[in-house]
Design a protein. Structure first.
Length: 514
């Protein structure tokens, strides 16, 4: 089922089109954004300007046509603080209905916080830990405290970057006095709430929405001299933000527009944004914020799915966030589910029965499973060199719940699943000589070989470590010939043999006749 979500914010209007699957996961099909600046001046005047409303309606009309051409079956439109607080917000909503045929729901600050919390929790594997989510919009800031199941705090404050900029930033570049007044105002409004948050001792602080994301890109470039490759679950560090903020405060608007990684359309608001985030981090006494690229739009989708489970006929509630994301990518790239599942199960058995050799833990076992599920996605490009295509597709994917480093590791394991490879070559591909990638790739290579025909000939495998050799005992289907699988597994055992200095021997055990 295709769903379109329209997010009418203070600075921008977004359109997100997704396909909801029967396992209750969803896949993003398209995203459109237009920086309408609907709320420009509205927090001072109390009204949306005629020009801003005209542009906003034109964008909504255009987005509605895009959604219709995409085959969308359900549209959900929400508006936040700018429309919520404007005296003529109702007039804007009526005009959107007349021109675009879309019913817009104006949501409260608390509801906005709830939806943002849903999105952040779904995109981050909290493992039962408590997290604080900070969403910075143009008109408001939402603070959500909770774990993967419950929310202890959901608050919305009129402290968005457009509102703060309108109120405090009137010089170019901004004066120290103006910035001090802004920071003191934010501190006065949030001191009590953030003191309560500190007492709860959240294990992680998550930052969402455009200001946070743009600051993460800017700070990474300023510190590393290169573009941030993956923003989701990246870290925005206090020391980096302090340095970038100091530079921004010395620049004119024209100079800021040329600053690397800064979205030029945010150049007039970014100083208020960086000052706000710095103040929040200092009040919270944290050295970094973890960035999430999920926000209210994803929250709206998740809320719809939760309220319509029966109609969507979902049956995938048992999957973890990470596995659901991996399976969604595999399905999108037409990977063979049955083969991936068999290889994953065989790889896990090899991992478990060779524990005394590698001494790796559950995190590495999980990584091996996901790499097995994704190792053949490169077939969607071509069979020839598909292992290299798999690497490219995985490393450029948007897997929820994984850091950039973890995605890179998954891609490398998949890259190494075929063709002759030595430990030296495998090590060259990793930056850390202690990285488990070569060991996990060695297991995946054998597991993939044991399902060479894709017919499930080998049902299970176990490994006995003996002096001078490793004996892999195979449980096979008695009605099927396993010679091809044994030959291929032996061919793929080169990396394993090099790593552990002993030959791999494959023997069959009698399987049950069907």
């Amino acid at each position: 089922m295709k769903i379109a979500v329209y997010d009418i914010g203070t600075n921008s209007i977004h359109l997100l089109i997704v396909e909801v699957h029967k396992d209750l996961s969803f896949e993003v099909l398209g995203h459109e954004k237009d920086t309408t600046r609907l709320g420009d001046g509205s927090f001072e005047s109390g009204e949306l300007s005629a020009e801003a409303m005209k542009k906003g309606c034109e964008v909504m009309e255009r987005f509605a046509k895009i959604a219709a051409r995409s085959g969308v079956k359900r549209s959900i439109a929400v508006a936040t603080s700018a429309v919520r607080e404007a005296r003529n917000g109702g007039k804007f909503i009526e005009e959107v209905w007349r021109r675009a045929g879309l019913k817009v729901s104006v949501i409260t600050g608390e509801e906005e916080a709830r939806l943002i919390g849903l999105a952040a929790r779904s995109a981050t594997d909290l493992g039962g830990k408590k997290a604080l989510v900070i969403d910075i919009g143009g008109g408001s800031v939402e603070l959500i405290l909770g774990d993967g199941r419950t929310m202890d705090l959901m608050e919305s404050y009129k402290l968005g970057v457009a509102r703060l900029s309108d109120r405090f930033i009137h010089e170019d570049p901004p004066s120290k006095r103006s910035l001090k007044r802004l920071e003191s105002y934010v501190e006065r409004k949030l001191r009590k709430t953030l003191k309560r948050v500190r007492k709860a001792e959240p294990a992680v602080v998550l930052g969402t929405a455009g200001t946070m994301v743009n600051l993460a890109f800017m700070c990474h470039y300023d510190a590393q001299g290169r573009t941030l490759e993956r923003v989701n679950l990246s870290r925005l560090k206090l020391k980096d933000l302090e340095r970038v903020h100091a530079k921004l405060c010395r620049m004119t608007l024209r100079e800021r527009m040329r600053m690397p990684e800064l979205d030029p359309k945010r150049a007039d608001l970014i100083v208020a944004g960086s000052a706000l985030v710095l103040t929040l981090m200092r009040l919270l006494r944290v050295s970094s914020i973890t960035i999430s690229d999920k926000g209210i739009r994803e929250g709206v989708i998740l809320d719809y799915i939760d309220k319509n489970k029966k109609r969507l006929r979902g049956n995938g509630d048992g999957l973890s966030l990470r596995e659901r994301s991996v399976r969604q990518l595999a399905r999108r790239l037409d990977a063979e589910d049955a083969h991936g599942d068999r290889v994953a199960a065989l790889a896990e058995r090899i991992f478990d029965t060779t524990q005394r050799l590698h001494r790796l833990g559950p995190e590495e076992r999980e990584m091996l499973r996901y790499a097995a599920l994704l190792h053949d996605v490169g077939h969607s490009i071509s069979f020839s060199k598909h292992h290299k295509h798999s690497y490219y597709l995985i490393v450029n994917s948007d897997l929820d719940g994984f850091t950039h480093e973890e995605v890179e590791r998954l891609a490398l394991i998949a890259r190494l699943h075929r063709k002759p490879v030595s430990p030296k070559k495998a090590r060259r591909m990793t930056s850390d000589p202690e990285d488990p990638v070569p060991v996990l790739a060695a297991m995946l290579r054998i597991a993939d070989g044991l399902d060479r025909s894709h017919f499930g000939v080998v049902k299970s495998v176990s490994c006995s470590i003996r002096p001078g050799r490793a004996i892999f005992k195979l449980t096979t289907d008695k009605n099927k010939d396993a010679e091809l699988e044994i030959w291929q597994a032996k061919e793929r055992s080169d990396l394993f043999e090099h790593l552990y200095g002993r030959p791999a021997v494959f023997v069959k055990a009698r399987g049950r006749k069907r």
